[in-house]
Design a protein around this ligand. Structure first.
Ligand code: ADP
Length: 157
């Protein structure tokens, strides 16, 4: 079965920054599962089912053959375990991300004994889903910030 990594997020929408992390992870693990989480503290901007389909198209376009997408509610660690993942994957853009992620990772390790692997955002560290939506909602092109299937989805809304 090999080493399975679980990359959780809201992906609302999935950006080129998320894609960069998924690509890095796909090289390091036998299998990567992108988990689109339903987070009750965040209002959903885009349908999760449609975002799942768009991400699946991105994976096809990029030939990321060991990457899969799932939707989940509840605790990330529960879904990760259900998927037989042995590690969580997150991306780090800056120190603020690190502090936020560290707390979540520590809790996850304590409650489920599952560790987190961080990948660096590198030169896409300026990108966030909310910034992309801000640009999009103000009528500016977003083709530089999101993969094509996500751009198509947003333009269809
Ligand atoms: P969440 O609501 O769970 O934070 P996000 O979809 O905002 O979900 O982010 C999912 C993960 O991707 C987080 O670990 C976040 O730090 C990371 N991430 C977000 N944007 C980028 C980016 N531009 N480059 C690298 N990682 C990113």
């Amino acid at each position: 079965m090999g080493m399975i990594g679980f990359y959780a997020g809201s992906f609302d929408p999935f950006t080129n920054g998320h894609l960069a992390i998924a690509k890095k992870a796909s090289k390091c693990f036998d299998k990567v599962i992108i988990g689109i989480g339903y987070n009750k503290d965040k209002t959903e901007r885009i349908s999760k089912t449609k975002m799942k389909q768009a991400i699946e198209q991105v994976i096809k376009d990029e030939s990321l053959n060991n990457v899969q997408v799932v939707l989940y509610q509840g605790l990330t660690v529960d879904k990760a375990k259900e998927c037989n993942a042995s590690i969580l994957i997150r991306g780090l853009r800056n120190g603020t991300d690190y502090e936020y992620e560290e707390n979540i990772s520590a809790i996850n390790e304590k409650i489920a004994g599952i560790d987190t692997c961080y990948f660096r955002a590198g030169d896409l560290g300026y990108l966030s889903s909310s910034i992309v939506m801000e640009v999009f909602n103000n009528g500016k092109p977003i083709d530089k910030f999101v993969p094509k299937p996500v751009e198509i989805l947003l333009n269809s809304l």
